[in-house]
Design a protein around this ligand. Structure first.
Ligand code: GDP
Ligand code: MG
Length: 284
């Protein structure tokens, strides 16, 4: 009998959820940034290993909402926890021990699913300083690939017996246009400074496959006219750089050449308006 189930990667912002998802799946699916709260929507990554199909969900960090977008992000994170068969609760090893997930997430009652505590970023802690974790906990370093096999063995024990839900070779479930929009946003996180990336949202206007190069036209939304000027940059330099960086990421995932056209537009205060959040796919 095979096993198949949803493993939610949960934890505070910046603990390494997206990095771990990518390391487990072996493909760059979820956007990663040193800036916290880069993940806005759950990203699903699949790994089929021997008799077990893991359906990993990377969700936004559990945070205190400051504006409407944060509320939808927190709701998505809580839904992922509620829907999971197993919860991998991530916490940096350097900040050992991990507080209780229920208190971090301010859950009214403990989650239904079993929780495996995963200490991340082990490479940042010198071996002599490493604390002794409980035998049921896992310790990983995603960039070094350390601890991943043991983590999968631990998680597997909690994954229910079930037929596979997806093709064993599949790595993603979401459409390529979703990843295209995410990678433009990841490029914006890399190339724009301070708070500006948080005001950026991306909408794919056109996605023409079945031709080489694949043609993608996307709109980079910001909240104010002054931000639009910065995103475009002197002589269009900045938006061009964002486009080049994003194109490389999309080409790597698609495995074909891509022509990416970006336009900057203002969508006033989109982070605070439910109608805009819905249109951008961030709410209900
Ligand atoms: P998330 O907000 O929980 O999804 O965290 P990310 O995956 O975006 O990672 C946040 C930051 O921590 C990024 O700069 C990552 O490169 C870095 N990071 C994540 N995992 C590790 C790790 O195992 N070791 C080290 N050194 N850095 C990591
Ligand atoms: Mg993330």
């Amino acid at each position: 009998m095979t096993r198949c189930g949803v493993v939610a990667l949960a934890g505070k912002p910046n603990v390494g959820k997206s990095t771990l998802l990518n390391a487990l799946v072996g493909e760059h699916l979820a956007i990663v940034s040193p800036k916290p709260q880069s993940t806005r929507l759950p990203v699903v990554g699949l790994l089929t290993r021997a008799d077990t199909q893991f359906i990993f969900t990377d969700s936004p960090g559990l945070l205190e909402p400051e504006y409407k977008l944060h509320e939808t992000m927190r709701a998505a994170a809580l839904r992922a926890i509620a829907d999971a068969e197993v919860i991998a609760y991530l916490h940096p090893l350097a900040a050992f021990p991990a507080p209780d997930l229920s208190s971090v997430a301010r859950l009214e009652k403990p989650p239904r699913a079993p929780v495996v505590t995963v200490y991340t970023k082990a490479d940042l802690v010198p071996p002599s300083d490493r604390p002794t974790v409980r035998p049921s906990d896992c310790v990983v370093s995603a960039p070094r690939g350390e601890g991943l096999d043991r983590l999968l063995d631990t998680l597997r024990a909690h994954v229910p017996e079930s037929p596979f839900h997806y093709d064993p070779d599949a790595m993603a479930t979401q459409p390529m246009r979703f990843f295209a929009a995410e990678f433009v946003r990841e490029a914006a996180f890399e190339l724009l400074h301070e708070e500006l990336p948080y005001s950026v949202a991306v909408e794919i206007d056109e996605f023409r496959e079945g031709q080489e190069p694949v043609y993608i036209r996307a709109v980079v939304y910001v909240e104010r006219a002054s931000q639009k000027g910065i995103v475009i940059g002197e002589g269009g330099r900045t938006i061009k750089a964002i486009g080049q960086t994003a194109r490389g990421k999309i080409e790597a995932l698609l495995g074909t050449r891509v022509f990416l056209e970006l336009h900057a537009k203002v969508l006033p205060k989109w982070r605070r308006q439910l109608s805009s959040l819905k249109r951008l796919g961030y709410a209900g």
